[in-house]
Design a protein around this ligand. Structure first.
Ligand SMILES: [Zn+2]
Length: 183
């Protein structure tokens, strides 16, 4: 460790504190010099500077890909946690400016804006109503998304048996409400 010149009576703690301070100061000086250097390089030749920094960035990313992914994930997670890119209308906080812009251009967002401005809720289309009614009559809600349900569904419509296979051991045989629609 460095010791101030001519100073020989420092305790260990003092010596450590002295060196810590020295290191911090050196880092500050280097960071400032780096900022100045970059500003100078940009001013001299912006295109060349950008090309060089991009090349350096890609090189270091290629050297440690996992680190790059970790850093990027950290940036995204912090953006979400801090609600950096927030849509207050829809109460969501996407991970990036790109994701937010995509959301702001979406139909879902436009619909929320319309509803919050006092627009009336749209009626489901005839097609949606038809398929909801159909599902309510023919699908077992206790196993809506299971493979078993899909198999039963397919075999019912392939063979047109009556009653449908799922009804044999379905705990909820008479579904009356599905997706808010009374059937
Ligand atoms: Zn929105």
């Amino acid at each position: 460790m460095e010791r101030p010149r001519g100073e020989h009576n420092m305790t260990d703690d003092q010596l450590i504190a002295y060196n810590d301070k020295r290191q911090r100061r050196a880092k500050e000086v280097m960071a400032k010099a780096d900022v100045n250097y970059r500003a100078q390089q940009r001013a001299e030749n912006l295109e060349g500077y950008l090309a060089r920094t991009l090349r350096n960035k890609l090189n270091s990313q290629a050297k440690d890909h996992d680190r790059t992914l970790r850093v990027a994930k950290g940036v995204r997670d912090r953006a979400i946690a801090a609600k950096k890119h927030e849509c207050k209308v829809c109460n969501i906080a996407p991970q990036s400016t790109t994701a937010l812009n995509k959301h702001l251009a979406s139909k879902a967002h436009a619909e929320q804006v319309r509803l919050q401005a006092g627009g009336a809720a749209k009626k489901p289309s005839a097609e949606t109503t038809r398929s909801r009614n159909f599902a309510a009559k023919n699908l077992c809600p206790s196993s809506w998304n299971s493979d078993e349900n899909t198999d039963a569904f397919i075999s019912y419509f392939v063979r047109s048996t009556n009653p449908p296979p799922w009804k044999r051991n379905c705990p909820d045989q008479e579904p009356s409400r599905v997706g808010g629609v009374t059937v």
